[in-house]
Design a protein around this ligand. Structure first.
Ligand SMILES: Cc1cc2nc3c(=O)[nH]c(=O)nc-3n(C[C@H](O)[C@H](O)[C@H](O)COP(=O)(O)OP(=O)(O)OC[C@H]3O[C@@H](n4cnc5c(N)ncnc54)[C@H](O)[C@@H]3O)c2cc1C
Length: 442
């Protein structure tokens, strides 16, 4: 395909979900505006990506624009949008799934395997000849006298000068502080112990396998504890499953409380050695105490590697340095906790919107447009964060109580409210699709 003359020189810091997606959309539109793109990623092409993501219809549409949607089935787990909820004593509370007859109305959102999604993006970018520098952490940036942005790597090494820097380096971004003044209060008060089980088929009994099924099962415990198991292998024969044990914890340092030695973590933050695994397993079982049916311990004993994730959320930001040709997107701009289930969707939405804006604005960099878009991204994230606050309130309402949520409780208002909220969210997506279609055809 014929390419347009070279446009802006853009650096992307962080080759995660939003960075790779943004680069892919720009690359696919080079025939309209040929922006030159360079990606700096601190990990290597095989770095651990986390487990899976369930992506709504909007995000699936973003993957279409990025040119990887044709691989969606191959990178997602069939039937994984089946979600079951149990109490910690073993009562089934609810089941959520989209019946076949309603699939035309409510799109399904199976779990998408992150590793395979990253590979699909990378293959795309290789094909498009986009420069990606792995094992290259960006440490700092500054604006030069002529207005361009200079990026620095390790030891103050200059990596290059760019018209625009897009910071997509996630929650621990080094560049966010150049754009946003934070008060440093991030921790939500919930810590998630994130384990991974290689082959539940080998270690679980039949009843437990049945509870797990092919999708996600969550168990709600007393004292705001919860346990979830989720398949993340893409093909049905790939049994890999995540385990999440979440509980309230006063500070973001549960590793220390468990007695873990942080230098035993691998580069992805996981503990894999037997001694650390035993410490974590015993700690969870002790915390579950007699509020949980000991039957569930089999899932804890099955953990093969584990990571401690204090859940964070960015507060509303105060922007500084408006003049800098720097924009943060995704988690670097607005981290929301995983229990919103939407951080990745927001990151993909940011990637699409920024790419579309830069394509529309052509060879000229119009920072006021980018600042307007930044506000839109934040507004979208604020609404997700608000929903997350409700979810947190709901999950933690038993904070001081030994009582477990009961089926009767959920059968009443909660069950109906959850179902309606879920249905509304799905239908809202449909509305967005119709609005987009309508705008396109105006
Ligand atoms: C356990 C868990 C489950 C989740 N489940 C869901 C879900 O079901 N649905 C959903 O929508 N969201 C989910 N999320 C949230 C989602 O994963 C994030 O919101 C999303 O990955 C953010 O994308 P991002 O591109 O902003 O950042 P990331 O995906 O974190 O990518 C950042 C990249 O930047 C790189 N990097 C970091 N620092 C530097 C540096 N200094 N220089 C260069 N590179 C750097 C990192 O190596 C990484 O590759 C979940 C999160 C967690 C923790």
């Amino acid at each position: 395909m014929q390419k347009a003359p070279t446009g802006l020189n853009i650096a992307i810091v962080g080759g995660g979900l939003s960075g790779l997606c943004f680069a892919s959309i720009l690359a696919k539109n080079r025939h309209i505006v040929n922006h030159s793109v360079t990606i700096y990623e601190k990990g290597n092409p095989n770095s651990y990506q986390g487990t899976s993501l369930d992506l709504d219809k909007n995000s699936q549409n973003v993957l279409k624009q990025a040119g990887i949607f044709h691989k969606y089935n191959a990178i997602s787990r069939p039937g994984s949008d089946y979600f079951k909820l149990f109490s910690s004593s073993g009562d089934m509370l609810s089941v959520f799934f989209v019946p076949k007859v309603l699939k035309w109305l409510i799109p399904s959102s199976p779990e998408t395997n992150r590793e395979l999604m990253r590979d699909a993006f990378l293959e795309n970018l290789r094909y498009e000849n986009v420069d990606i520098f792995f094992d290259t952490a960006v440490e700092n940036a500054e604006q030069t006298e002529n207005g361009s942005m200079r990026l620095y790597g390790d030891d103050q090494k200059v990596l290059g000068e760019f018209d625009l820097v897009v910071d997509s380096s996630g929650f621990r971004s080094n560049l966010r502080r150049l754009r946003i003044e934070d008060d440093g209060k991030y921790y939500t008060g919930i810590t998630m112990i994130h384990g991974s089980i290689e082959d539940p088929e080998r270690v679980f009994d039949e009843k437990m396998l049945d509870m797990l099924g092919e999708g996600t099962v969550s168990f709600l415990g007393a004292r705001a504890q919860s346990l979830s198991l989720q398949r993340y292998g893409a093909g049905i024969e790939d049994h890999r499953t995540s385990l999440y044990f979440s509980c309230l914890w006063a500070d973001a340092h549960m590793d220390d409380a468990i007695g873990l030695s942080k230098d035993r973590r691998n580069t992805s933050g996981f503990y894999c050695d037997k001694e650390s695994l035993d410490l974590v397993k015993n700690w969870i079982i002790e915390k579950m105490g007699n509020h949980w049916n000991p039957y569930y311990h089999q899932s804890i004993h099955a953990i093969d590697q584990v990571c401690i994730r204090p859940l964070n959320q960015h507060p509303a930001p105060t922007f500084i340095n408006d003049h800098m040709n720097l924009i943060c997107i995704g988690d670097s701009l607005h981290t929301v906790p995983p229990y919103t289930g939407s951080g990745g969707e927001l990151a993909l939405g940011d990637a699409l919107d920024l790419a579309k804006l830069l394509i529309k604005d052509g060879n000229e960099l119009k920072m006021p447009h980018i600042r307007e878009l930044e506000k839109k991204m934040l507004k979208r994230a604020a609404s997700v964060a608000k929903q997350g606050d409700y979810t947190k309130k709901w999950f933690t309402k038993n904070e001081h109580s030994d009582a477990v949520m009961t089926r009767t409780e959920l059968t009443g208002g909660y069950r109906i409210a959850i179902f309606l909220l879920w249905l509304l969210a799905k239908i809202y997506n449909l509305e967005v699709i119709i609005a987009r279609w309508f705008n396109r055809n105006k």
